[in-house]
Design a protein around this ligand. Sequence first.
Ligand code: S3P
Length: 430
Amino acid sequence: MRSHNINKALNGLNGMITVPGDKSISHRAVLFASIAEGVTNITGFLPGEDCLSTINCMKQLGVNIEENGDKVIVEGKGVAGLYEPARILDVGNSGTTIRLLSGILASLPISSVLVGDDSIAKRPMSRVTGPLKMMNATIDGREHGQYTPLHIRGGNLTGIHYVSPIASAQVKSSILLAGLNAKGTTTVTEPYRSRDHTERMLKTFGVEVQVKNESVSVYGGQTLHGTTITVPGDISSAAFMLVAGAIVPNSEIVLKNVGVNPTRTGILDVLTEMGAKMTITEETQFGEEPVANIKVQTSALKGITIGGAIIPRLIDEIPAIAVLATQAEGVTIIKDAEELKVKETNRIDTMVNQLKALGADIEATEDGMKIVGPTPLKGGTTESYGDHRIGMAMVLCGLIAEESISVLNTDAIAVSYPNFFEDLNKLQNN
Ligand code: S3P
């Protein structure tokens, strides 16, 4: 396992970079293209480990996929054309792969087994297996389908109206994908709207999707048609660079072609409310997805309270926001974010314990954390715990700490941002 020693960025971070493709959109592009009829050309694909897990699973289901860096060509087979896989499907570290693929597999009269790494083995699967069973799929797993390995035998589904207790795009998408091959209409209602990439991309593939407030519906038996997808830059990867630009003295960074879908831009709202100097330019569309350039400069920041409907719009950015808050004047409270406990790690624990050891004034709460700033950070040894976003958050600490910070197991960062260190070096050498 590799580790990195991070030193204070004395000359600031400057210049322009293009962050890698959006992880959520890259997964969906390959999954939807595989169950579509005809060929789909994808550009801007994220060749990170999670999305490569999705490609590998779809290949095992008989789909021809050609990859060349960020370009991927998928020869769709139509959902009924997928093969019964001869071997176990391994999703690696990817929650999006296992939960969305479960929805597709649950709609087919075939047997399949899904496993992942140690982190996936601890993450709750009943949030998808429960509703998929209500639709008539047969699914088993440890603790009655709560945990992997999952065994799915599907087919013959009936549409349901599922009122989800959590705002989760993985849950919503899994049920809608099953619904596309179910009798009647399938509706998912969420407490708050989660990221809507599935709804937008299904339209690009020619599917009729109805959205009304926090409810989304599809009717079964619709055919997806191969298309062209250009994936925007991932705002969740951009978030680490935006925070770095705001907290490292003498910085001015421009991030190009970042996806600014309103269901994902909670981080921009937080940066603005905390006082960050930020501008958005070159607004355009990649298909159904809005895209823009974002510039950020070193800023004087103040603490704020973050909770409620904004949480699903920035859930993956909370590790970066926690680092940001250590440099802001006053109190930052993050609440209503219990979902952090079931991400790749328990992100409340992994962030609070490590930031505290580096000298931050931070406490865990039942549903988030409380941070009082600004505090200087000191050196030490930190760890990703196999969680890409924890690894990147610890690197941010190293850029501003008085002494160097060593980050163990930085390999995990390749899950969503394979060129993270190259991009950071570029910004430090301008
Ligand atoms: C994702 C949804 C979110 C997010 C994850 C990707 C998706 O998870 O945290 O990184 O692509 O649908 P939940 O659905 O569990 O909130």
